[in-house]
Design a binder for this molecule. Structure first.
Ligand SMILES: *[C@@H]1O[C@H](CO)[C@@H](O)[C@H](O)[C@H]1NC(C)=O
Ligand SMILES: *[C@@H]1O[C@H](CO)[C@@H](O)[C@H](O)[C@H]1NC(C)=O
Ligand SMILES: *[C@@H]1O[C@H](CO)[C@@H](O)[C@H](O)[C@H]1NC(C)=O
Length: 560
């Protein structure tokens, strides 16, 4: 047993020292061996739901198949269809939310309606919102739902009792909400956090101990690359400070609300919500350096690129297959995700008209009813598509979307150039990266016309540079992906910290205060020391000068 342990440790060490570009544990893991310890995991991303939940549970399925116990904590407001399909693998605890399923769906629609007007597709979006929209998004919308549901969870004593009785070994939670660390503390278990994006520089740096580097790491939603002019660096430093210290902790994440909950339910009230976040053993980030600008990462930050591996059972509808196969001039794939439900008829017609002007075919995925639209002959609408599978079809030549992190990465993985209409969150950053690689074009959804849209699509579909660059990114991504199954890799990392804890990966910077971290005390000390040396030197010089002068004068005097 001891030799197995040291062999495993040796393996980890080898991996850490050699594969710093893409940390992944090798496949010979003790967790797969019969008789190895079984653990109990609590999975929690139900408050945010949607893509956050789907992203999170991928590793839970792997752990459950390995024989570990996985309990998924869902809210009564989550659509049952989202979680039910895992009922053969997971157990569920459903907590009682004050929001209904309809409330949740209304909040999502209200956010979609707002972002489709382009109100949040720039850095100052949130700050510049009119009070009515801001109230709709903050006080009545998603963010309020996240806060309410966190309070609902702790108020649901029956569910909390069930969770306590399980005596979990680890909580796997969503990085986006402050409720995950709090729940882990309430259950007195360690936790790891999972993000659906790549690390947001200010947030991840200030909260997770990453080196602060606004000199070359562009802040979220600023439209900047890693090469900045002097003024852009000024802008980046201010943005970095604003997001990390004001917008996230006081606005969208609102730590104050959670600090109050901690006191109310006596959940380690002596540790603030921010300090609680820093106790995570691992942070999983979604993305790849095939596209991301190079920047430092801590050993407890693991980046993961899911690439269609989330649903391996994909097949194509016969009609769709025929439409693709008989399109030698190429097909544009178009999806706005779930936002499309709130796409008004006027805005939808802009897309339809733009497509009608193209010599290529267009495959439009839309869950919404588009029968009222005037569609061109070349456009086919499909209610649902296995997107990653369609992207790999040879006649599909480009992807038009709002550039959400998931589908953007999938398109790049498939080597498809993009036309992006970023709406909010990480989407603007995604398109900055795609454009900086020459693999696509960005348009602003507020100003598109059928002419500008079709012109951009035509360029991306016909100019060979875009396709070549996208394929280059694809090749790098595939080459960096040193694991056949990202979900297996995440599961291994979770098992690793469940067995060994996370101290050996956790940078000590997380326990330093602002002064220590920024070496302000050291610089002050050195400045005082330097000043003292200079002062003493000057004093000595002056003394010597005075002596010499006096002697010189007296000598002079004598001579006279
Ligand atoms: C859920 O909460 C509502 C209102 O807060 C209450 O009426 C209902 O009985 C609760 N349901 C359960 C199963 O606890
Ligand atoms: C939830 O829906 C009900 C019924 O439509 C409504 O009365 C209530 O205000 C909604 N709650 C929230 C928080 O939106
Ligand atoms: C894929 O389909 C097969 C056969 O229907 C099934 O056994 C398997 O569990 C499916 N895999 C997933 C991930 O749904």
């Amino acid at each position: 047993m001891a030799t197995t342990m040291s062999a495993v440790l040796l393996l980890f060490l080898t991996v850490f020292s050699s594969v710093f570009v893409l940390p992944a544990l090798t496949s010979d893991d003790a967790g797969n061996k019969p008789g190895a310890d079984k653990y109990k995991f609590l999975y929690f991303a139900s408050i945010t739901g949607g893509s956050h939940y789907f992203n999170l549970v991928a590793s839970g399925r792997v752990l459950a198949r390995q024989g570990h116990r996985v309990v998924s904590l869902v809210s009564s407001s989550n659509p049952t269809s989202h979680w039910e399909k895992d009922s053969s693998l997971f157990s569920f605890v459903v907590f009682n939310s004050s929001w209904t399923k309809q409330n949740r769906s209304d909040a999502t629609d209200s956010l979609s309606a707002s972002v489709l007007t382009g109100s949040l597709n720039h850095f100052w979006g949130h700050l510049l919102l009119d009070p009515v929209t801001r109230r709709k998004l903050d006080a009545d919308g998603m963010m309020q739902m996240w806060r309410d549901e966190c309070a609902d969870l702790f108020a649901d004593s029956a569910s909390m009792k069930r969770l306590r009785e399980e005596k979990f070994d680890m909580l796997v939670g969503d990085e986006f909400i402050a409720c995950s660390p709090m729940l882990a503390q309430a259950l007195d278990i360690p936790f790891v956090l999972n993000s659906v994006f790549f690390a947001i520089p200010s947030r991840h740096a200030m909260w997770s101990g990453l080196p602060l580097a606004p000199s070359y790491v562009p802040e979220r939603a600023m439209g900047l690359t890693d090469r900045m002019t002097f003024l852009q660096r000024v802008q980046n430093v201010l943005g970095h400070f604003y997001l990390g210290n004001i917008l996230f902790p006081l606005g969208s994440c609102n730590f104050k609300v959670f600090d109050k909950l901690k006191v109310k339910y006596n959940i380690k009230p002596e540790i603030s919500t921010l300090e609680s976040h820093k106790q995570a053993l691992l942070y999983f980030m979604h993305g790849s350096f095939g596209l991301e600008f190079p920047r430092p990462m801590n050993p407890n930050t693991i980046y993961v690129l899911y690439n269609g591996g989330l649903d391996p059972n994909q097949t194509l509808d016969k009609e769709v297959a025929k439409f693709l196969d008989s399109a030698p001039d190429g097909v544009l794939l178009f999806s706005l995700g779930s936002n499309v439900r709130m796409l008004g008829p006027k805005q939808a017609q802009i897309f339809a008209d733009a497509f009608n002007m193209l010599p290529h075919r267009v495959l439009w995925q839309s869950g919404a009813d588009l029968t009222a639209l005037k569609l061109g002959e070349n456009t086919m609408v499909a209610k649902w598509l296995p997107l990653t599978y369609v992207m790999e079809q040879p006649n599909v030549r480009a992807y038009l979307s709002h550039a959400a992190s998931f589908s953007m990465n999938e398109a790049m993985w498939a080597g498809l150039p993009m036309v992006g209409l970023p709406l909010f969150e990480e989407q603007m950053d995604d398109m900055v990266r795609v454009e900086s690689r020459g693999a696509g074009l960005t348009l602003d959804i507020t100003t598109i016309t059928p002419e500008t849209l079709s012109h951009a699509i035509r360029r991306v579909m016909t100019e060979p540079g875009f396709r070549k660059n996208a394929q280059h990114v694809s090749q790098i991504m595939r080459d960096l992906q040193n694991t056949p199954s990202p979900a297996d890799n995440v599961a291994r990392w979770i098992l690793h910290v469940t067995r060994f804890g996370g101290e050996h990966l956790r940078p000590a910077v997380l326990d330093l205060n602002f002064v220590q971290r920024n070496l302000l005390d050291v610089y002050l000390f050195l400045a005082v020391a330097l000043a003292s040396v200079i002062f003493v030197n000057l004093a000595v010089c002056r003394l010597c000068c005075r002596c010499l002068c006096r002697r010189g004068r007296s000598g002079h005097f004598k001579k006279e």
